[in-house]
Design a protein around this ligand. Structure first.
Ligand code: NAD
Length: 334
C-alpha cells in the first residue's frame, strides 16, 4: 500500500526537476538566443512533463512551463502589451493525434470543421506588426505571449516588411522573421573568421539579430519575413476564412509563404504533410512541420484558445525532427 505513495513522490520530484530544466532552457532559448540542447531534446522534456501533469492534474499550476509561452521581455527593450495574445501551438507527431484533434473539434462545434488550411511551419522568431492607416507603427516580439518587446526600429530595417501597405488600412498581422540557410552559413563563417561566437541555427541567428539594442546590427543581417495571421483588421474588408485573409495580406503587400494548401479533409492534410516530409529541404529556410488551421474564422472564434495555444490549430512536426534520444541520456547542467 505504500508503493503508490512512493511512486507519487518520485513523480513529484521528477516534475519539479523537469520544470526547473524547462525554465532554464526557455531562458537560454527565448532570452539569450543561445540554446544548450536541441529542440528535439527540449520537446522530450516538455512531453514528459505533460504526461506527468496529465496523470496528476492537481499538480498543474499556472506557472508551469506547459501553461506558458516563451519568456518575458528582456531588459533593455520597451515592453509591449499585446491586445490579442500571441500564443504557441499544440503539437502532433502522428496521424492518430491529428484525428484525435479533429474529434475534439467536432465535439466542440457539433460537427466537423468545414475545412482546413495546411501551411509550412517556419522556424524563426514570431513578431506582430501593427499598421495604422497603412503605415507601420509598431513591431513587437511575441515575448511571453501577453507582453513582447518593442523592436520597431529593428524590424524597419527588414526590406520584406513594407513600411506602407498598398491601401491605407489599419490592421495587425503576425509572422515569422527568419534567415535563409545560405545567409546563415555565410554569417557564421564570417563570425568564425572574426573569432565571434557562432549561432546554433538559423532560428537563433534570426532571433538574435532582431533582438539587438543597436538597430544598425540588425540592418546588416540578411533577414526576411513570412506573415501568416491577420489577427485584426479594421473597416469593411472582413475576411471570412483564413484562406481569404492570406489573400488579403498579399494584396496589401505583406509577404506570405507560397506553400499553403486549402484542404477539405484531414486526408488531404496528411498527404500535404507527407509531401513536405520528403521535400522540406528544397526550400532555403528551416521548417519543422506543417501548421493545420481550421479555415473558417467564425469556427476559430467558437473554438477559442487555452492559456498557451489556440484550439483551432495544431503543428504536425516532421518525423525527422522527432527526438531519438531518451531524456535520461541527456546531459544538462543547470
Ligand atoms: P512552436 O515554435 O512549436 O510553435 C508555435 C509558433 O510557431 C508560433 O508562435 C509561431 O511563431 C510559429 N509559426 C511558424 N509558422 C507558422 C504558421 N505558418 N502559422 C502559425 N504559426 C507559425 O512553439 P513555441 O512556443 O514558439 O516554442 C517551442 C519551440 O521552441 C519548440 O520547437 C521547441 O523545441 C523550441 N525551444 C527549444 C529550446 C531549446 O533549448 N532547444 C527551448 C525552448 C523552446
Amino acid at each position: 500500500a505504500t508503493e503508490p505513495t512512493e511512486q507519487a513522490s518520485r513523480e513529484r520530484e521528477r516534475l519539479e526537476e523537469l520544470r526547473r530544466l524547462i525554465d532554464h532552457h526557455n531562458y537560454r532559448y527565448h532570452v539569450l538566443d543561445d540554446p544548450e540542447v536541441s529542440d528535439a531534446e527540449y520537446d522530450l522534456l516538455v512531453q514528459e512533463l505533460r504526461e506527468l501533469e496529465a496523470r496528476h492534474p492537481e499538480w498543474v499550476t499556472p506557472d508551469s512551463p506547459t501553461q506558458r509561452v516563451g519568456a518575458p521581455p528582456a531588459q533593455g527593450f520597451v515592453p509591449v502589451a499585446h491586445r490579442i495574445p500571441l500564443l504557441s501551438l499544440d503539437n502532433a507527431y502522428r496521424s492518430e493525434e491529428l484525428a484525435a484533434w479533429e474529434a475534439r473539434l467536432e465535439r466542440a462545434l457539433g460537427r466537423r470543421p468545414s475545412g482546413y488550411v495546411a501551411e509550412l511551419k517556419i522556424d524563426g522568431l514570431a513578431v506582430a506588426l501593427t499598421y495604422q492607416e497603412g503605415l507601420l507603427v509598431r513591431g513587437a516580439t511575441r515575448g511571453d505571449g501577453r507582453t513582447g518587446e518593442d523592436v520597431t526600429t529593428n524590424l524597419r530595417t527588414i526590406r520584406a516588411i513594407p513600411l506602407r501597405l498598398r491601401r491605407p488600412v489599419s490592421l495587425e498581422v503576425r509572422g515569422e522573421v527568419y534567415m535563409v540557410r545560405s545567409a546563415f552559413e555565410a554569417l557564421n563563417a564570417h563570425r568564425e573568421r572574426a573569432g565571434e561566437p557562432l549561432f546554433a541555427n538559423p532560428r537563433n541567428a534570426a532571433a538574435g539579430s532582431v533582438r539587438q539594442l543597436d538597430p544598425s546590427i540588425t540592418a546588416g543581417r540578411p533577414l526576411s519575413i513570412f506573415l501568416y495571421t491577420l489577427s485584426a483588421v479594421e473597416g469593411r474588408e472582413q475576411p471570412e476564412t483564413h484562406w481569404e485573409s492570406l489573400a488579403l495580406m498579399r494584396e496589401l503587400g505583406l509577404r506570405t509563404n507560397p506553400h499553403v494548401r486549402r484542404c477539405a479533409s484531414l486526408d488531404e492534410v496528411l498527404s500535404y504533410v507527407a509531401y513536405w516530409g520528403e521535400h522540406r529541404h528544397e526550400v532555403d529556410y528551416e521548417t519543422d512541420g506543417i501548421v493545420v488551421k481550421v479555415d473558417r474564422l467564425d469556427e476559430q472564434e467558437r473554438l477559442g484558445a487555452t492559456s498557451h495555444a489556440p484550439r483551432w490549430a495544431i503543428a504536425y512536426k516532421f518525423p525527422a525532427e522527432q527526438a531519438v534520444t531518451r531524456v535520461q541520456d541527456i546531459q544538462v547542467n543547470v
